[in-house]
Ligand binder design. Structure first.
Ligand code: IPE
Ligand code: IPE
Ligand code: MG
Length: 247
C-alpha cells in the first residue's frame, strides 16, 4: 500500500461490513397530494407514515445511520400555512415516536439550525434527544431547517486551526455546527424520491463519495421494498474512492 493510501481522506468508513449511512431526500409529498385532488399538506401527513415505515425498514436492514431531509432552510419560502403544518407535524412526530425509538434502541437527533424553529418544536426536539441519547442500534437524524452550505460555513467559523488540517478532523466541526452529538461517517448511499435529480443543498460535504439513487416514487408511497431496491443497486456498484481496483 502506497504512503498516500494510508492517509485518512475523509470521514468515510469503507471497511467491508461497516454499518451503512443512508441519506434520503424525501421529495414529492406535494405532487402526490395534488395528483389526488388533495391539499399539499395531506401529502406531508402521508409522508410522515412513510418515515415510520422507512425507519422500521432501516432497523431490519441493519443500517448504522439514516439521515432524512425533512425541511430545508429554503423551505421557509413556502406559504405560511404549509410551513406551520410542517412544524406541527414535526412536533407531533417527535412526541409520538420517542417511546418507540427508545424501545427499538434508535437514537434520534435533529440536524440543522434551531434558532428559527417554533419554541414548541425546540422543546420536543430536546425531549426526544434526551430520551434516546443512550440508544445505539440506529442513529436517526432528521434534517430540519438544514442547509449544507450554511453548516459548512458555520463549521469553518467554529473550527480550531488543527481541525482544518484534513477532512476527517473537520467532521467534528460539522457536528458542532449542526447540533450532532458526535461526528457521523460520510454518506454511503443517497436516495432522492420524487423524480428530481438534484441535491437541493443536502449534505454536500458528507456526500463526497456517496452513491446516488434517484427514484420516481413519490415520498408518501415509499416503503421497505424501495429501500431494499436502492440498497441492492448500491451493492452492485464498485466504489473506488479514486483508486484503481482492477486492471
Ligand atoms: C418534500 O415534498 C417535503 C418538503 C420539502 C418539506 P415537497 O413538498 O417538496 O413535494 P413536491 O416536490 O412539491 O411534490
Ligand atoms: C428538498 O426538496 C428538501 C426536502 C425534501 C426537505 P425541495 O422540494 O425543497 O427541493 P427543490 O426546491 O425541488 O430543489
Ligand atoms: Mg419538492
Amino acid at each position: 500500500m502506497g504512503v498516500l493510501e494510508t492517509a485518512p481522506l475523509s470521514g468515510r468508513d469503507d471497511r467491508p461490513g461497516a454499518p451503512l449511512h443512508v441519506a434520503i431526500i424525501m421529495d414529492g409529498n406535494g405532487r402526490w397530494a395534488t395528483a389526488r385532488g388533495l391539499p399539499r399538506t395531506e401529502g406531508h401527513r402521508r409522508g410522515a407514515d412513510a418515515v415510520r415505515r422507512t425507519v422500521e425498514a432501516a432497523c431490519r436492514l441493519r443500517l448504522g445511520t439514516l439521515t432524512l431531509y425533512a425541511f430545508s432552510s429554503d423551505n421557509w419560502k413556502r406559504p405560511a400555512d404549509e410551513v406551520s403544518t410542517l412544524m406541527r407535524l414535526f412536533r407531533h412526530y417527535l412526541r409520538a415516536e420517542t417511546a418507540g425509538c427508545v424501545k427499538n434502541d434508535i437514537r434520534l437527533s435533529i440536524v440543522g439550525r434551531r434558532d428559527r424553529l417554533p419554541r414548541a418544536v425546540r422543546v420536543a426536539i430536546a425531549a426526544a434527544e434526551r430520551a434516546t441519547a443512550s440508544c445505539r442500534r440506529l442513529t436517526l437524524r432528521l434534517a430540519v431547517d438544514y442547509s449544507a452550505r450554511t453548516t459548512i460555513l458555520r463549521a469553518a467559523a467554529l473550527a480550531k486551526p488543527a481541525e482544518l488540517d484534513d477532512p476527517a478532523s473537520f467532521r467534528a466541526c460539522l457536528a458542532r455546527a449542526q447540533h450532532d452529538p458526535a461526528p457521523v461517517p460520510d454518506v454511503d448511499l443517497l436516495v432522492r424520491t420524487g423524480g428530481e435529480k438534484r441535491l437541493s443543498d443536502f449534505l454536500l460535504w458528507e456526500c463526497a463519495y456517496a452513491e446516488l439513487v434517484f427514484t420516481d416514487r413519490m415520498w408518501p408511497d415509499f416503503g421497505e421494498e424501495d429501500l431494499e431496491r436502492a440498497l441492492a443497486d448500491f451493492h452492485q456498484r464498485e466504489r473506488r474512492f479514486g483508486r484503481v481496483l482492477s486492471v
